[in-house]
Design a protein around this ligand. Sequence first.
Ligand SMILES: [Zn+2]
Length: 282
Amino acid sequence: MAVTDLKKMLTDARDGGYAVGAFNVENMEFVQAVVRAADEERAPVIIQTSVNTLRYAAPEMFFAMVSAAAAETTVPVAIHLDHGETREDILACVRGGYRSVMFDGSLLPYAENVRMTRRIAEVCGPLGVTVEGELGAIAGKKNAPAHSRLLYTNPDTAADFVRQTGVDALAVAIGTAHGIYKDTPQLDYERLDDIRRAVDTPLVLHGASGLTDEQVRECVRRGIAKVNIATELRIAWTETIRAAQKEAPGVFDPKKAAGRARDAVCGIVREKIRVLGSAGKA
Ligand SMILES: [Zn+2]
């Protein structure tokens, strides 16, 4: 199947009471692992790349890899830019073939976040490119202030933000953080309910690595339609490569360790897909 439209994927998830996993990939093996997991679970899936990853290999490269992998399965596969911070980030991906992007203006003053996100949506809309915005700051990003309740998404502001910007998906801050948690975080479920009531747009949960499966399920029950997963995949990859090299220091075929790491990433993606309820939804 060709690379698919993310907007329909997310509205189907919202209406169907499940969430689509959005998995950050780093290289070809990650792409293969995610698509294989989705194929085996018969799940729609989103493959996304960060701006940093796109400095390592261009959007054209990732788009070509994802297209090739998607062509080998019948499940829908979308490709998305995670945390674009500038208009240039967004346009580079659109030129490279991406049909979905995130513009993250969450650290800007509110009026500026609205203005910038609306401009991005105005450019992307006519091109058929889906736009995810973010309101309230999810901790753990570079430059982000330390975790604070003041940064949580306000439901009334969320409604205003969606109305003014026309985004297709909205990332919300309800207590998750990027990266690795020291303790299991406390999530503000009531706030999520209030946002869900105020906003019809599919909602996105960032920083899901390290939440318990029950926490993730609860967020999905309460209306999250897209869940981003990055850190757990990177850890699985790196730990597997490390272990393989330690076990067989004399092996110089990169495919040996990378193949095992690819299997490890695939296994985690399959587990996540089941937790999100998207297995069998393709
Ligand atoms: Zn994020």
